[in-house]
Design a protein around this ligand. Structure first.
Ligand code: TMP
Length: 215
């Protein structure tokens, strides 16, 4: 195995709500553990005590009067805290980072779906994170209705402020993610989340774990 394969990697997982990305994260975490490779797992918004407080404000359905700009800045504030407090120190120690969402979520949700200018968002992200980007972004693409049906197990009251957005919003998020993946094909790994879960996991194992890590 060459050095670049051994180097700790920062992997983000993205997709619309209900696409099933946590299962992929569970599997990658399992493969890393089996291979005795150190890793940490974080989520956004959140992942730090301050970030978890920001998460509560962002996702609380009672925050319905939040302006779009405040939303952008709060997601970015949570990300700044996570980057400097947790992600960068972990990478400096050689641990892999598995992130449930990172900057692409802001481009897809606040950019493509809410309509904020992507260049402005990129500047804010760059400032918040010092320009840190994932080595690989796993995009689990799936149909909005399928994702909604997976979420429908949860009762309406349990849905957060963003999950309560109408399906047109989630369609824009999906299209946004696909546009981002087309723009950066070498960073994104696009997986078909409409396939049975075990097939998605197998595709992920072949195209990422075996192809890039060589184990
Ligand atoms: P989660 O449910 O995957 O933890 O994500 C929380 C919600 O926040 C989800 O609906 C996606 C949304 N979100 C944004 O709108 N912008 C962002 O930058 C991030 C990280 C998440």
């Amino acid at each position: 195995m060459n050095d670049s394969r051994l180097r700790a990697k920062f992997i983000s997982f993205e997709g619309i709500d209900g696409c099933g990305k946590s299962t992929l994260m569970d599997r990658l975490a399992g493969w890393l553990t089996e291979a005795s490779i150190p890793y940490i797992r974080v989520r956004e918004p959140g992942g730090t005590p301050i970030g978890e407080k920001i998460r509560q404000i962002l996702l609380d359905p009672a925050s319905s009067e939040m302006t779009g700009r405040a939303e952008v800045l709060l997601y970015s504030a949570s990300r700044a805290q996570l980057t400097w407090q947790v992600i960068s120190p972990a990478m400096a120690k050689g641990a892999w980072v598995l992130a449930d969402r990172f900057v692409d979520a802001t481009f897809a949700y606040q950019g493509f779906a809410r309509g904020f200018d992507l260049e402005h968002l990129a500047m804010i992200q760059h400032w918040a994170t010092g320009g840190l980007m994932p080595d690989k972004t796993v995009l689990l693409d799936c149909d909005v209705d399928l994702a909604a049906s997976r979420l429908s197990g949860r009762d309406g009251a349990a849905r957060d402020r963003i999950e309560r957005e109408e399906s047109a919003f989630h369609r824009k998020v999906r299209e946004g993610y696909l546009a981002l993946a087309r723009k950066e094909p070498s960073r994104f790994l696009l997986l078909d989340g409409s396939m049975p879960l075990e097939e998605v996991v197998e595709d992920f194992r072949k195209r990422f774990w075996l192809a890039e890590i060589g184990r």
